[in-house]
Structures are given as structure tokens and as C-alpha cells.
Design a protein around this ligand. Structure first.
Ligand code: ATP
Ligand code: PNS
Ligand code: MG
Length: 192
């Protein structure tokens, strides 16, 4: 069975990765699908988010990472997937997720939404929380993969939104120069 795990992933967190890893044990294939959403102003481009997720999931053999636009169920049909995989953290998620699942059911009766409950340690974690902590100089090393932490710090540094108040322990050791993209650099090193 093929499952689509759709979302914004701006950026991918350890909470998302936990859902992906557990999904991989349940389904033959998990397609992490990043929505190209013209209504949102994300921190990272879709291309960058794809790179971040690919690097973070490269140890998983049955994961694919892709971008899509339009309706999620149409994308799922195109990929011949039977399941939409989503995570649930709290009641607040439940309301939105249930509405989404019901809407999707009206659009395609064949496709089932499957929810995985968040793991305890990630129940508070969201991409927004990560960005907020980083913006104000806190450490995010326990919340996202190292290459994503570098990307975020770099992004805020470039935007002058992060200040000298970032403590050195908040920033993982880095080899790249400030203007380079750490994720791209890591991918390049691995391809070499
Ligand atoms: N910590 C987590 N545990 C379980 N599921 C999660 C977690 N974080 C996100 N998800 C799930 O991943 C899917 C994609 O979520 P999304 O890309 O909106 O991430 P987010 O962390 O909620 O980001 P944002 O703060 O931008 O809303 C949703 O189903 C969401 O419920
Ligand atoms: C992308 C997403 C799954 C929400 O992702 P998010 O949890 O990252 O906000 C949802 O907005 C979506 O499916 N968008 C595509 C448009 C669509 O299919 N809408 C109908 C279902 S609400
Ligand atoms: Mg969300």
C-alpha cells in the first residue's frame, strides 16, 4: 500500500520524521509530498524543503520526496496511493484534520486518511515553534536535523533577524561559509 504524507514541512522537524519512520513500517511506500502553496509565504523554497527532507530520510529505503500542487486527493490518485498519512498532536489538530479528512473523503471515496498519534516527546513540536525559537536566538538542535538547523540559522542571519544574542552552543559546528547553503553543500559532498 502506498501512503502520501502531505504538508508544508517549512521546515521538516523531528516530529515529521517520527511520523515518516513509523509510516514506513506500516506502508510499502511513503511519499512525502510538499504542497506548492501560493497563499503562504514560507521561510524555505519548495526546492530547499525537498532537499532538507531527502537528506533527513536518506536512510529509509521506502520513502520518496516530491512536490505537488492542487488537490491532495488528485495527487494521491495520480500516484496510485490509497492512504493519506497525517499526524495528530492535540485536540486543535484533531478539529482541522477531521474536517480535512471528511472533505477529502467527499472528493475520493477510495482514499483513506490514516492518523498517527504523535510520539510523546514531539507532542509540542511544530515548524512554527522551531522558527520562533530560532528567530529569538534559542537552540533548536533537539528539534530538527542538524542540516535543517544550519539552514534556519543561516536564513535568519541573512535576513538580519537573528542577532548576536545567539549563543555559540545554539549553533551546530559548521564548515560552510555563511553565504553557502549547508544542505546543498552536504548533498554535494555525498554525491562526490
Ligand atoms: N510533532 C508532530 N507530531 C506528529 N505529527 C506532526 C508533528 N508536527 C507536524 N505533524 C503533522 O505533520 C503534518 C504536516 O504538518 P505541517 O507541515 O503543517 O507541520 P507543522 O509542524 O504543523 O507546521 P506549522 O507550524 O507550519 O503548521 C500534519 O499532519 C501535522 O499534524
Ligand atoms: C497541504 C495540506 C495537507 C495541509 O498541510 P499542512 O498541515 O502543512 O498545513 C492541505 O492544505 C491540502 O491538502 N492542501 C491541498 C488542497 C486540498 O486538497 N484541499 C482539500 C482538502 S482540505
Ligand atoms: Mg501545521
Amino acid at each position: 500500500m502506498i501512503a502520501i504524507y502531505p504538508g508544508s514541512f517549512d521546515p521538516v522537524t523531528l516530529g515529521h520524521l517520527d511520523i515518516i519512520q513509523r509510516g514506513c513500517r506500516l506502508f510499502e511506500r511513503v511519499v512525502v509530498a510538499v504542497l506548492r502553496n501560493p497563499n503562504k509565504t514560507p521561510l524555505f523554497t519548495v526546492q530547499k524543503r525537498l532537499e532538507q527532507i531527502r537528506l533527513a530520510t536518506q536512510h529509509l529505503t521506502n520513502v520518496e520526496v516530491d512536490a505537488f500542487d492542487g488537490l491532495t486527493v488528485k495527487y494521491a490518485q495520480m500516484r496510485e496511493a490509497q492512504v493519506l498519512l497525517r499526524g495528530l498532536r492535540a485536540i486543535s489538530d484533531f478539529e482541522v484534520e477531521l474536517q480535512m479528512a471528511h472533505t477529502n473523503k467527499t472528493l475520493s471515496h477510495q482514499i483513506e486518511t490514516v492518523f498517527l498519534a504523535t510520539s510523546n516527546e514531539y507532542s509540542f513540536l511544530s515548524s512554527s515553534v522551531v522558527k520562533e525559537i530560532a528567530r529569538f536566538g534559542g537552540s533548536i538542535n533537539h528539534l530538527v536535523p542538524p542540516h535543517v538547523a544550519l539552514d534556519i540559522y543561516q536564513c535568519y542571519a541573512q535576513n538580519n533577524q537573528i542577532s548576536t544574542q545567539i549563543t555559540t552552543e545554539a549553533i551546530p559546528s559548521r564548515k560552510s561559509t555563511p553565504m553557502e547553503s549547508p544542505t546543498t553543500e552536504i548533498l554535494r559532498q555525498q554525491e562526490a
